[in-house]
Write a protein that binds this ligand. Structure first.
Ligand SMILES: [Fe+2]
Ligand SMILES: [Fe+2]
Length: 130
């Protein structure tokens, strides 16, 4: 598994604060990929998960406010996917020792890649000048 390299064309959602927060989240996801690659100890995973959890709570709150302010269509559905992810992350944190670090990391990488590239980019047009 290769580290994620953010680039404007594929990853930007058209809002600089959201892009900054996504890049911070992806930096943590990349640390987890390094754990997966054996370049960092597995014991780093719990710290990375806790930091991710804090950043994500902050990001989902901010994104919700931003999207409400531009009246994003289907916002409820978007918020629901954030909530489903947050409860999955809580499960990971509660059962960190009982889970395979590989499966946990794979899930986080694929969820974030998919969510930013396919769900968050749906709001990009709301921030681009007509
Ligand atoms: Fe989102
Ligand atoms: Fe987001």
């Amino acid at each position: 598994m290769e580290k994620i390299i953010w680039n404007e064309e594929s990853w930007s959602v058209g809002h600089s604060l959201m892009d900054d927060q996504h890049q911070q989240i992806l930096a943590l996801i990349n640390k987890m990929i390094e754990i997966r690659q054996g370049k960092r100890p597995k014991s780093d995973l719990l710290t990375a998960l806790s930091l991710l959890s804090q950043q994500i709570t902050h990001h989902f709150g901010a994104e919700g406010v931003v999207l409400l302010s531009v009246k994003m269509p289907n916002l409820e559905e978007h918020i629901k996917s954030h909530e489903q992810f947050s409860s999955k992350l809580r499960e990971f944190l509660l059962d960190c020792n009982g889970l395979s670090s590989e499966q946990t990391i794979d899930f986080l990488v694929s969820w974030w890649t998919d969510h930013i590239l396919h769900e968050d980019t749906k709001y990009k047009h709301l921030f681009i000048d007509p």
